[in-house]
Design a binder for this molecule. Structure first.
Ligand SMILES: NC(=O)C1=CN([C@@H]2O[C@H](COP(=O)(O)OP(=O)(O)OC[C@H]3O[C@@H](n4cnc5c(N)ncnc54)[C@H](OP(=O)(O)O)[C@@H]3O)[C@@H](O)[C@H]2O)[C@@H](O)CC1
Ligand SMILES: Nc1ncnc2c1ncn2[C@@H]1O[C@H](COP(=O)(O)OP(=O)(O)O)[C@@H](O)[C@H]1O
Ligand SMILES: [K+]
Length: 504
């Protein structure tokens, strides 16, 4: 599903009206109808619908008419005088009034009543500000947003939570329990500043033809179960361990053996035919007893860490380096040499990214696919910026980086973003805060390593691995864990049940 900017949405809107001849009034009617049927009204009274002056308010007015016709009690508040409404919402207000329904206009003498209604409401529908918002909400929106956010009610936002805008600000924003987005998810839903205000996001169709988005250069998409099912490769009946892929994982050290165990186990669970762990000699006995299925190469060791001497290796379908390798000179030398490995995809994670950040331009010399899997801190180091700058520019920064250095990038965190060397972007739709624990990144690295070998496309491999990893966390919390107790090992143990649903 395409993720679009405000400019894209207005362009698709313009095409639909001008080229397809579908009137704004019709789209607003569709929007209001879709909203009326997808919002659960709950028991009792205390439903408040807030309508602003723009088309977002128009959607709320149509929704109100639909509810009124179904005899659902509510109060509709207009936050500007009716004559100040834009043309389409004004026409729909006329229809609402002609049908015999009532509303209240916000004015100095009604303000207290609205405050009281919001205070006791059980449901608040926010049609105050939509994608036309510029900067922080001004009065009267600011005060009403404060009242709404203090209420114990379920809060539903129409299209976007009021106050969310592409220009970042620190002003008041509607804190939605759920956002019902019209036609296509907006980029702001995945911006760290706004994600938490969206609550649960649902997309409803309001009848814009697909063609409306053809002219729009959409290079960002949501990646979810449907896309995974479509792209997940079937294992051939005559597969053998050689065809399932031979992975070489440079991981671990005397002080961080667990990272190698996690990455190796996850690669094997993720389907790798043969997995070889290359680790410093003194770390090997700490790793091997916990990872029976792998084979091992003992690398030259200096104080429990890689000395930097690259051992003689056979041929592999994928090389991964990073989990638990540490930041000493030896592992830096190792990364140096692996960057020169030709004809094999190379994944750099964790401390390999730390070493890479010394001289990122080395990436430009690589001929085979290179995959980087930074968390925001590692990304900041790679780009020479602050973590906060990564977080406010996740999509743009990732795209610039990939296009400049010709790499695939997995920028981790809630809504992990996968970017290809040409700048195509895929925002992941699964996962939860149970993954905020050491070692879960090593698990992801292992699964990616396996998927890189089983999938025809690196992009699909990355997106599917990221989705699977997040989905496992969701299933663990739904079925037998809390957000607090999930471990990286639990994520590995949870892979089979989700993989089974994908293979069906
Ligand atoms: N195809 C589609 O997607 C369809 C979309 N539809 C819907 O239309 C919505 C977009 O509608 P829209 O363009 O009228 O903008 P919207 O956000 O309702 O109003 C903005 C108004 O608020 C004001 N304002 C701005 N910033 C402000 C601030 N900081 N603080 C205070 N006020 C501020 C500004 O007024 P101004 O102050 O400039 O006079 C402006 O007029 C969209 O989200 C969706 O719900 C559907 O109807 C059907 C088809
Ligand atoms: N709040 C969260 N919501 C969703 N996913 C998360 C959250 N916190 C962390 N994750 C995921 O958990 C993993 C953590 O990776 P990383 O920070 O590299 O851990 P480590 O290096 O300890 O293994 C990433 O895949 C990240 O996307
Ligand atoms: K809104």
């Amino acid at each position: 599903m395409k993720i679009i900017t405000v400019k894209d949405m207005y362009e698709a809107d313009r095409w639909t009206m001008e080229e397809a001849g579908l009137d704004e009034i019709v789209l607003m009617e569709n929007a209001g109808a879709a909203l009326a049927s997808s919002i659960q009204v709950g028991e009792g009274n205390g439903r408040v619908i807030l309508a602003g002056k723009g088309n977002n308010g128009g959607d709320a007015i149509v929704m109100a008419r639909r509810w009124a016709e179904q005899k659902i009690p509510f109060s509709l508040w207009l936050l500007c005088p009716p004559e100040k409404l834009r043309s389409a919402p004004r026409q729909h207000l006329n229809a609402y009034v002609a049908a015999g329904h009532s509303f209240t206009v916000l004015a100095p003498d009604t303000k207290e009543l609205l405050a009281e209604e919001l205070n006791v409401a059980h449901l608040i529908v926010d049609g105050m500000l939509g994608i036309g918002t510029k900067g922080a909400p001004r009065e009267p929106y600011r005060t009403i947003l404060q009242w709404a956010n203090h209420s114990q009610a379920i809060r539903i936002a129409i299209d976007v939570p009021s106050g969310v805008s592409e220009d970042i600000h620190q002003g008041e924003v509607f804190k939605a329990t759920r956002t019902i987005t019209l036609q296509a998810p907006k980029t702001t839903a995945f911006h760290p500043r706004w994600t938490s205000f969206y609550g649960q996001v649902e997309v409803v169709d309001i009848g814009l033809p697909d063609k409306a988005f053809e002219k729009v250069e959409v290079r960002r998409q949501l990646w979810g179960q449907e896309q995974v099912r479509r792209t997940y490769p079937k294992r051939a009946p005559d597969a053998h361990k050689g065809t399932a892929g031979k992975a070489c994982v440079f991981a671990g050290s005397f002080t961080m053996p667990g990272a190698a165990v996690l990455a190796g186990k996850a690669a094997i669970r993720g389907g790798a035919g043969l997995t070889t762990i290359v680790t410093p000699k003194s770390a090997l006995p700490l790793i091997a007893p916990s990872l029976t299925e792998a084979t091992y190469v003992a690398a030259s060791d200096e104080d429990g860490h890689f000395s930097g001497e690259l051992p003689a290796l056979g041929s592999f379908d994928a090389i991964t380096v990073g989990p638990g390798i540490g930041r000493r000179k030896g592992s830096a030398l190792l990364v140096d040499q692996l960057l020169e490995a030709e004809n094999v995809p190379l994944l750099l994670d964790a401390d390999a990214l730390y070493h890479l950040s010394e001289d990122v331009s080395r990436l430009k010399r690589r001929g085979s696919p290179t995959i980087l899997t930074p968390h925001p801190g590692e990304m900041a180091q790679l780009c020479g910026v602050k973590v906060q700058d990564v977080q406010t520019e996740r999509l743009n920064l990732s795209r610039r980086f990939c296009q400049e250095y010709g790499v695939f990038l997995v920028l981790k965190g809630p809504h992990t973003v996968v970017t290809t060397p040409s700048g195509e972007q895929f925002v992941n739709h699964s996962g939860n805060a149970a993954l905020a624990k050491g070692g879960t990144g090593d698990v992801l690295t292992g699964v990616i390593t396996a998927f890189m070998m089983s999938h025809g496309s690196v992009q699909a491999a990355l997106c599917n691995a990221v989705w699977l990893h997040g989905k496992v966390a969701e299933v663990l919390v739904e079925e037998k864990h809390s957000l607090t107790d999930v471990t990286a090992s639990d994520v590995i143990d949870g892979l089979p049940s989700v993989l089974r649903t994908v293979e069906k």
